[in-house]
Design a protein around this ligand. Structure first.
Ligand code: AHM
Ligand code: MG
Length: 337
Protein backbone atom coordinates (compact mmCIF):
# COMPACT_ATOMS: atom_id res chain seq x y z
CA UNK A 1 0.00 0.00 0.00
CA UNK A 2 0.97 3.67 -0.16
CA UNK A 3 0.58 4.11 3.56
CA UNK A 4 3.59 5.63 5.30
CA UNK A 5 5.09 3.41 7.97
CA UNK A 6 4.55 4.78 11.50
CA UNK A 7 7.35 7.01 12.70
CA UNK A 8 9.78 5.33 15.04
CA UNK A 9 11.44 8.58 16.02
CA UNK A 10 8.91 10.67 17.92
CA UNK A 11 9.93 14.03 19.28
CA UNK A 12 8.34 14.30 22.68
CA UNK A 13 8.01 17.54 24.60
CA UNK A 14 10.57 16.42 27.15
CA UNK A 15 13.09 15.45 24.46
CA UNK A 16 12.59 18.76 22.67
CA UNK A 17 12.91 20.90 25.78
CA UNK A 18 15.95 18.94 26.90
CA UNK A 19 17.63 19.58 23.54
CA UNK A 20 16.84 23.27 23.90
CA UNK A 21 18.42 23.38 27.32
CA UNK A 22 21.50 21.42 26.28
CA UNK A 23 22.16 24.07 23.68
CA UNK A 24 22.73 26.49 26.57
CA UNK A 25 25.79 24.46 27.49
CA UNK A 26 27.06 23.65 30.97
CA UNK A 27 25.20 26.67 32.43
CA UNK A 28 21.96 24.72 32.10
CA UNK A 29 21.08 22.82 35.25
CA UNK A 30 18.10 20.96 33.81
CA UNK A 31 15.85 22.63 36.38
CA UNK A 32 13.65 24.30 33.77
CA UNK A 33 13.26 20.97 31.96
CA UNK A 34 12.15 19.33 35.19
CA UNK A 35 9.74 22.17 35.91
CA UNK A 36 8.25 21.92 32.43
CA UNK A 37 7.95 18.17 32.92
CA UNK A 38 5.92 18.81 36.07
CA UNK A 39 3.71 21.26 34.16
CA UNK A 40 3.05 18.83 31.31
CA UNK A 41 2.03 16.18 33.80
CA UNK A 42 -0.52 18.59 35.31
CA UNK A 43 -1.88 19.24 31.80
CA UNK A 44 -2.37 15.52 31.21
CA UNK A 45 -4.09 15.17 34.56
CA UNK A 46 -6.35 18.18 33.95
CA UNK A 47 -7.14 16.93 30.42
CA UNK A 48 -8.30 13.62 31.89
CA UNK A 49 -10.51 15.39 34.40
CA UNK A 50 -12.00 17.68 31.76
CA UNK A 51 -12.88 14.65 29.66
CA UNK A 52 -14.41 12.82 32.63
CA UNK A 53 -16.37 15.89 33.65
CA UNK A 54 -17.80 16.18 30.16
CA UNK A 55 -19.00 12.60 30.31
CA UNK A 56 -20.52 13.13 33.74
CA UNK A 57 -22.16 16.26 32.39
CA UNK A 58 -23.63 14.37 29.42
CA UNK A 59 -24.93 11.63 31.68
CA UNK A 60 -26.45 14.39 33.79
CA UNK A 61 -28.15 15.86 30.73
CA UNK A 62 -29.58 12.44 29.90
CA UNK A 63 -31.35 12.57 33.25
CA UNK A 64 -29.40 9.83 35.02
CA UNK A 65 -28.04 12.02 37.76
CA UNK A 66 -28.05 15.71 38.25
CA UNK A 67 -24.46 16.56 38.83
CA UNK A 68 -24.42 19.40 36.35
CA UNK A 69 -23.19 22.73 37.65
CA UNK A 70 -21.77 21.62 40.95
CA UNK A 71 -19.24 19.14 39.58
CA UNK A 72 -18.39 21.33 36.64
CA UNK A 73 -17.56 24.31 38.77
CA UNK A 74 -15.28 22.19 40.88
CA UNK A 75 -13.12 21.63 37.83
CA UNK A 76 -11.38 25.02 38.23
CA UNK A 77 -10.64 24.30 41.86
CA UNK A 78 -9.50 20.77 41.08
CA UNK A 79 -7.19 22.04 38.33
CA UNK A 80 -5.77 24.62 40.69
CA UNK A 81 -5.05 22.00 43.35
CA UNK A 82 -3.42 19.72 40.78
CA UNK A 83 -1.07 22.49 39.71
CA UNK A 84 -0.19 23.80 43.15
CA UNK A 85 0.59 20.30 44.42
CA UNK A 86 2.72 19.33 41.42
CA UNK A 87 4.60 22.62 41.26
CA UNK A 88 5.36 22.56 44.96
CA UNK A 89 6.46 18.91 44.83
CA UNK A 90 8.74 19.59 41.85
CA UNK A 91 11.13 21.36 44.21
CA UNK A 92 11.84 23.86 41.43
CA UNK A 93 9.49 26.69 42.40
CA UNK A 94 9.71 29.63 44.78
CA UNK A 95 6.51 31.63 44.23
CA UNK A 96 3.19 30.54 42.72
CA UNK A 97 0.40 32.83 41.57
CA UNK A 98 -2.93 31.34 40.52
CA UNK A 99 -6.10 33.00 39.30
CA UNK A 100 -7.92 30.83 41.82
CA UNK A 101 -5.98 32.07 44.85
CA UNK A 102 -6.15 35.58 46.27
CA UNK A 103 -2.61 35.49 47.65
CA UNK A 104 0.63 34.30 46.14
CA UNK A 105 2.02 31.06 47.56
CA UNK A 106 5.57 31.36 48.85
CA UNK A 107 7.02 27.86 48.77
CA UNK A 108 8.49 26.75 52.08
CA UNK A 109 12.27 26.66 52.15
CA UNK A 110 12.72 22.90 52.10
CA UNK A 111 10.85 22.59 48.77
CA UNK A 112 12.04 25.84 47.26
CA UNK A 113 13.61 26.20 43.83
CA UNK A 114 14.50 29.09 41.55
CA UNK A 115 11.40 29.49 39.39
CA UNK A 116 8.14 31.36 39.87
CA UNK A 117 5.05 30.17 38.04
CA UNK A 118 2.01 32.35 37.37
CA UNK A 119 -1.01 30.49 35.99
CA UNK A 120 -4.67 30.33 35.26
CA UNK A 121 -5.39 26.65 35.91
CA UNK A 122 -8.61 26.49 33.87
CA UNK A 123 -9.41 29.50 31.76
CA UNK A 124 -12.66 30.02 29.89
CA UNK A 125 -14.90 28.77 32.67
CA UNK A 126 -18.07 30.05 30.99
CA UNK A 127 -17.45 27.40 28.31
CA UNK A 128 -17.06 24.38 30.62
CA UNK A 129 -20.72 23.29 30.71
CA UNK A 130 -21.07 23.43 26.93
CA UNK A 131 -18.01 21.25 26.29
CA UNK A 132 -16.30 24.06 24.40
CA UNK A 133 -12.49 24.36 24.47
CA UNK A 134 -10.91 25.60 27.68
CA UNK A 135 -7.29 25.75 28.74
CA UNK A 136 -4.48 26.28 31.21
CA UNK A 137 -2.20 29.32 30.80
CA UNK A 138 1.21 29.68 32.48
CA UNK A 139 4.22 31.96 32.64
CA UNK A 140 7.58 31.33 34.30
CA UNK A 141 10.06 33.73 35.90
CA UNK A 142 13.43 32.88 37.36
CA UNK A 143 14.53 34.35 40.69
CA UNK A 144 18.01 35.78 40.74
CA UNK A 145 19.04 35.15 44.29
CA UNK A 146 18.88 31.78 45.95
CA UNK A 147 17.12 31.56 49.26
CA UNK A 148 14.67 34.44 49.62
CA UNK A 149 11.30 34.50 47.86
CA UNK A 150 8.55 37.09 47.86
CA UNK A 151 5.71 38.37 45.74
CA UNK A 152 8.14 40.94 44.32
CA UNK A 153 9.70 38.09 42.34
CA UNK A 154 6.62 38.03 40.09
CA UNK A 155 5.89 41.76 39.96
CA UNK A 156 8.17 42.02 36.95
CA UNK A 157 7.53 42.85 33.31
CA UNK A 158 6.49 39.97 31.07
CA UNK A 159 9.60 40.48 28.95
CA UNK A 160 11.54 38.96 31.86
CA UNK A 161 9.67 35.66 31.67
CA UNK A 162 11.92 32.72 30.74
CA UNK A 163 9.07 30.61 29.39
CA UNK A 164 5.34 30.77 28.78
CA UNK A 165 2.67 28.55 27.33
CA UNK A 166 -0.79 27.12 27.43
CA UNK A 167 -2.56 23.81 27.08
CA UNK A 168 -5.85 23.75 25.22
CA UNK A 169 -8.32 21.03 26.12
CA UNK A 170 -10.29 20.37 22.95
CA UNK A 171 -10.80 17.36 20.73
CA UNK A 172 -7.19 16.72 21.67
CA UNK A 173 -4.96 18.40 24.26
CA UNK A 174 -2.50 20.82 22.68
CA UNK A 175 0.41 22.29 24.58
CA UNK A 176 2.02 25.37 23.06
CA UNK A 177 5.28 26.50 24.59
CA UNK A 178 8.05 29.04 24.22
CA UNK A 179 11.29 29.09 26.16
CA UNK A 180 12.31 32.26 24.36
CA UNK A 181 13.56 30.56 21.20
CA UNK A 182 10.41 30.51 19.11
CA UNK A 183 7.13 28.72 19.68
CA UNK A 184 6.39 25.01 19.40
CA UNK A 185 3.13 23.12 19.60
CA UNK A 186 2.69 19.58 20.93
CA UNK A 187 -0.32 17.30 20.79
CA UNK A 188 -1.08 14.76 23.48
CA UNK A 189 -1.00 11.22 22.11
CA UNK A 190 -3.44 9.67 24.56
CA UNK A 191 -2.25 6.11 23.91
CA UNK A 192 1.37 7.02 24.66
CA UNK A 193 0.53 9.58 27.34
CA UNK A 194 3.10 11.89 25.74
CA UNK A 195 2.98 15.32 24.15
CA UNK A 196 4.40 14.93 20.64
CA UNK A 197 5.86 17.78 18.59
CA UNK A 198 3.23 18.46 15.91
CA UNK A 199 3.60 22.20 15.29
CA UNK A 200 7.33 23.07 15.17
CA UNK A 201 8.29 26.74 15.01
CA UNK A 202 4.87 28.37 14.86
CA UNK A 203 4.91 31.69 12.99
CA UNK A 204 1.88 33.96 12.90
CA UNK A 205 1.03 35.02 9.33
CA UNK A 206 1.90 38.69 8.81
CA UNK A 207 -1.74 39.41 8.09
CA UNK A 208 -4.91 37.44 8.71
CA UNK A 209 -8.56 37.58 7.73
CA UNK A 210 -10.17 37.06 11.12
CA UNK A 211 -11.04 39.39 13.99
CA UNK A 212 -11.92 38.06 17.42
CA UNK A 213 -13.63 40.47 19.84
CA UNK A 214 -16.67 40.28 22.10
CA UNK A 215 -18.58 42.81 20.05
CA UNK A 216 -21.47 42.59 22.47
CA UNK A 217 -19.44 45.17 24.39
CA UNK A 218 -19.26 47.55 21.42
CA UNK A 219 -21.44 50.19 23.09
CA UNK A 220 -18.81 50.45 25.83
CA UNK A 221 -15.75 50.34 23.52
CA UNK A 222 -13.60 53.47 23.17
CA UNK A 223 -13.73 55.27 19.79
CA UNK A 224 -10.42 53.87 18.39
CA UNK A 225 -11.66 50.29 18.81
CA UNK A 226 -15.00 50.90 17.15
CA UNK A 227 -13.35 52.87 14.36
CA UNK A 228 -10.92 50.01 13.76
CA UNK A 229 -13.69 47.41 13.76
CA UNK A 230 -15.66 49.50 11.30
CA UNK A 231 -12.61 49.68 9.03
CA UNK A 232 -12.31 45.90 8.77
CA UNK A 233 -16.06 45.27 8.46
CA UNK A 234 -16.65 47.98 5.84
CA UNK A 235 -13.36 48.13 3.93
CA UNK A 236 -12.88 50.25 0.85
CA UNK A 237 -13.41 48.04 -2.23
CA UNK A 238 -11.85 45.89 -3.56
CA UNK A 239 -10.81 44.76 -0.07
CA UNK A 240 -12.98 42.05 1.49
CA UNK A 241 -14.34 42.36 5.02
CA UNK A 242 -12.83 40.23 7.79
CA UNK A 243 -14.49 37.14 9.24
CA UNK A 244 -15.57 37.13 12.86
CA UNK A 245 -14.58 34.26 15.20
CA UNK A 246 -15.02 34.53 18.94
CA UNK A 247 -15.05 31.50 21.22
CA UNK A 248 -14.81 33.30 24.55
CA UNK A 249 -11.97 31.07 25.72
CA UNK A 250 -8.76 33.03 25.48
CA UNK A 251 -6.69 29.90 24.93
CA UNK A 252 -8.80 28.80 21.98
CA UNK A 253 -9.06 32.28 20.47
CA UNK A 254 -5.30 32.85 20.79
CA UNK A 255 -4.50 29.35 19.50
CA UNK A 256 -6.47 30.03 16.33
CA UNK A 257 -4.86 33.45 16.01
CA UNK A 258 -1.35 31.96 16.25
CA UNK A 259 -2.13 29.39 13.55
CA UNK A 260 -4.35 31.37 11.16
CA UNK A 261 -3.40 34.96 11.92
CA UNK A 262 -5.70 37.92 12.41
CA UNK A 263 -6.38 39.88 15.58
CA UNK A 264 -7.72 38.98 19.01
CA UNK A 265 -8.85 41.80 21.27
CA UNK A 266 -10.21 42.27 24.75
CA UNK A 267 -9.95 46.04 25.22
CA UNK A 268 -10.51 48.18 28.27
CA UNK A 269 -13.75 50.08 27.82
CA UNK A 270 -16.16 52.49 29.51
CA UNK A 271 -17.48 49.70 31.71
CA UNK A 272 -14.35 47.63 32.38
CA UNK A 273 -11.88 50.42 33.00
CA UNK A 274 -8.85 48.12 32.97
CA UNK A 275 -10.21 45.50 30.62
CA UNK A 276 -11.06 41.99 31.77
CA UNK A 277 -8.03 39.80 31.18
CA UNK A 278 -5.42 39.39 33.89
CA UNK A 279 -1.99 40.78 33.19
CA UNK A 280 0.24 38.28 34.95
CA UNK A 281 -1.21 34.91 33.96
CA UNK A 282 -3.31 35.70 30.87
CA UNK A 283 -1.93 38.72 29.00
CA UNK A 284 1.80 38.19 29.68
CA UNK A 285 2.06 34.53 28.63
CA UNK A 286 -0.05 35.11 25.52
CA UNK A 287 1.92 38.26 24.64
CA UNK A 288 5.18 36.33 25.11
CA UNK A 289 4.01 33.56 22.74
CA UNK A 290 2.65 36.08 20.23
CA UNK A 291 5.94 37.99 20.03
CA UNK A 292 7.94 34.77 19.87
CA UNK A 293 5.78 33.76 16.90
CA UNK A 294 6.48 37.06 15.15
CA UNK A 295 3.31 38.92 16.10
CA UNK A 296 2.50 41.97 18.22
CA UNK A 297 0.78 42.24 21.61
CA UNK A 298 -0.29 45.69 22.79
CA UNK A 299 -2.71 47.48 25.07
CA UNK A 300 -3.38 49.77 22.11
CA UNK A 301 -0.77 52.28 23.23
CA UNK A 302 1.87 50.19 25.00
CA UNK A 303 3.72 46.92 24.47
CA UNK A 304 2.13 44.49 26.94
CA UNK A 305 5.43 42.80 27.89
CA UNK A 306 6.81 46.18 29.07
CA UNK A 307 4.16 46.71 31.74
CA UNK A 308 5.49 46.52 35.29
CA UNK A 309 2.78 44.88 37.41
CA UNK A 310 1.85 46.39 40.76
CA UNK A 311 -0.59 43.67 41.82
CA UNK A 312 -0.76 39.97 41.04
CA UNK A 313 -4.37 40.02 39.83
CA UNK A 314 -4.33 43.31 37.92
CA UNK A 315 -6.10 43.48 34.57
CA UNK A 316 -5.04 44.91 31.26
CA UNK A 317 -6.31 45.79 27.81
CA UNK A 318 -5.20 43.23 25.19
CA UNK A 319 -4.82 43.23 21.41
CA UNK A 320 -2.63 40.58 19.85
CA UNK A 321 -2.01 38.76 16.62
CA UNK A 322 -0.65 39.32 13.13
CA UNK A 323 1.84 42.16 12.89
CA UNK A 324 0.04 44.10 10.18
CA UNK A 325 -3.40 43.69 11.71
CA UNK A 326 -2.27 44.89 15.13
CA UNK A 327 -0.37 47.78 13.53
CA UNK A 328 -3.60 48.82 11.76
CA UNK A 329 -5.39 48.84 15.11
CA UNK A 330 -2.64 50.87 16.79
CA UNK A 331 -2.95 53.55 14.09
CA UNK A 332 -6.45 54.30 15.34
CA UNK A 333 -5.05 54.96 18.81
CA UNK A 334 -2.39 57.29 17.43
CA UNK A 335 -4.78 59.17 15.16
CA UNK A 336 -8.33 58.74 16.39
CA UNK A 337 -9.92 60.59 13.45
P1 AHM B 1 -12.24 33.48 33.18
O1 AHM B 1 -10.83 33.52 33.71
O2 AHM B 1 -13.26 33.82 34.23
O3 AHM B 1 -12.55 32.20 32.48
O4 AHM B 1 -12.33 34.69 32.12
C1 AHM B 1 -11.39 34.80 31.11
C2 AHM B 1 -12.07 34.57 29.79
C3 AHM B 1 -11.11 34.44 28.66
O5 AHM B 1 -10.78 33.11 28.41
C4 AHM B 1 -11.87 35.02 27.51
O6 AHM B 1 -11.01 35.59 26.55
C5 AHM B 1 -12.73 36.05 28.15
O7 AHM B 1 -12.84 35.69 29.50
C6 AHM B 1 -14.11 36.09 27.57
O8 AHM B 1 -14.86 37.06 28.21
P2 AHM B 1 -16.34 37.46 27.75
O9 AHM B 1 -17.22 36.32 28.16
O10 AHM B 1 -16.61 38.72 28.48
O11 AHM B 1 -16.30 37.66 26.26
MG1 MG C 1 -9.02 33.25 33.33
Amino acid sequence: SNEEPPSTDLITLTRHVLNDQMRLGPAATGDLTLLLTAIQVTSKFIATNVRKARLINLVGLAGETNVQGEDQKKLDVLSNDIMVNALRASGKTAVLVSEELEDAIIIEEKNRGRYCVVFDPLDGSSNIDAGVNIGTIFGIYKVDIDGSASVQDVLRPGSEMVAAGYTMYGSSANLVLSTGQGVNGYTLDASLGEFILTHPDIQIPHRGKIYSFNEGNAMYFHPPVNAYLKSIKYPAPPKAPYSSRYIGSMVADVHRTLLYGGIFGYPDDKKSKNGKLRLLYEAFPMAFLTEQAGGIATTGTQRILDIVPTGIHQRCSVFLGSKEDVQDLMKFYQDPS
